[in-house]
Design a protein. Structure first.
Length: 308
């Protein structure tokens, strides 16, 4: 124990710096830094210096302040170190800083190479990339219809659909009409025809890779036109009415940008629309059908709901 203490005293005595701790608490201690520093600085002769500089250590909550002064108290350099390292690493870092200053001020002292403590940092956590937002799907469709009101009549339809997220909720705009039908008005006949324009909410369900099902429903505006057939003087008239429509459309995207589709829908117009005819001294009246059912088939062109 006496031999070890003697060696420690000899090493510190030959050091060009005396290390003191300003506040006697915390770590590293002045003795620990002084011992590490003496092993870093040597002279060719190994003789003790005539005078020693003073290194002051001041430990704070998360910092270590190091100040080097000459024997007269003049500040040579100062530096604040991060105090989050362990006591041993912090003492070694302080000794390296002081040795660097001393070798600059006193060229006769040779600084021994010292390994800089490398602080291993945890690799950054790699977060998975967020998936791209779903692309919108849309199409423009046209087809032929077969409608049933009081009688069956052929017709045509055209429309467009837009689904901002590819599937789920969307909007549908459809225009449709049938060929003129004949209806009895008393003892005479008249032709009537109704064209419709519909704005609907739709929900797209991608059942399979190529098959989609779109339930839809909304409001429709009907344009009813009539014309006499076998009157002495045939006249015509027209009127608009508001109604409702609902149905289901199924589309099969057989090609990259085109699909075959089938739509089944019904319409209802709550307002009573009457057709009048004057034959001689009498006025005949009949009511235009309020209900109607339609089946359509056609081709749609646009972007399918799934990337293919």
């Amino acid at each position: 124990m006496i031999a070890v203490g003697g060696v420690l005293f000899l090493v510190v005595a030959t050091s060009p710096v005396r290390v003191v701790h300003v506040v006697d608490e915390g770590c590293p201690s002045g003795a620990e830094v002084g011992l590490a520093l003496a092993s870093m600085l040597t002279t060719p002769s190994g003789a003790a210096p005539a005078s020693q500089d003073v290194a002051k250590l001041e430990r704070r909550a998360d910092k270590l302040r190091v100040e080097l002064t000459d024997p007269d108290g003049v500040v040579i350099a100062e530096r604040t170190l991060d105090g989050s390292a362990s006591c041993a690493e912090l003492g070694r870092m302080a000794a390296i800083v002081i040795a660097s200053w001393e070798s600059d001020v006193h060229p006769e002292f040779v600084r021994q190479p010292a390994d800089i403590v490398r602080v291993e940092r945890a690799p950054p956590v790699e977060r998975p990339a967020a998936p791209p937002p779903p692309a919108a799907s849309y199409d423009v469709a046209a087809g032929v219809t077969l409608g049933q009101a009081d009688t069956v009549a052929a017709g045509a339809s055209i429309g467009g659909d837009w689904f901002p997220r590819g599937a789920g909720p969307g909007l549908s705009l459809v225009g449709a009409g049938d060929l003129a039908r004949t209806i009895a008005v008393g003892t005479h006949e008249a032709r009537w025809q109704r064209w419709t324009a519909s704005l609907e909410l739709a929900w797209r369900w991608a059942a399979r890779d190529r098959l989609v099902i779109d339930p839809h429903g909304g409001v429709t505006v009907g344009w009813l036109s009539t014309e006499g057939v076998d009157y002495a003087q045939n006249t015509s008239a027209a009127a608009a009415s508001l109604g409702a429509t609902a149905g289901v459309r199924t589309a099969w995207w057989s090609w990259r940008r085109a699909a075959l589709w089938i739509d089944v829908r019904g319409t209802y117009f709550p307002r009573r629309d009457s057709i009048y005819g004057t034959g001689g001294a009498t006025v005949d009246e009949t009511t235009a059908p309020s209900w109607g059912g339609f089946a359509s088939v056609g081709v749609a062109v646009g972007r399918p709901p799934l990337s293919r």
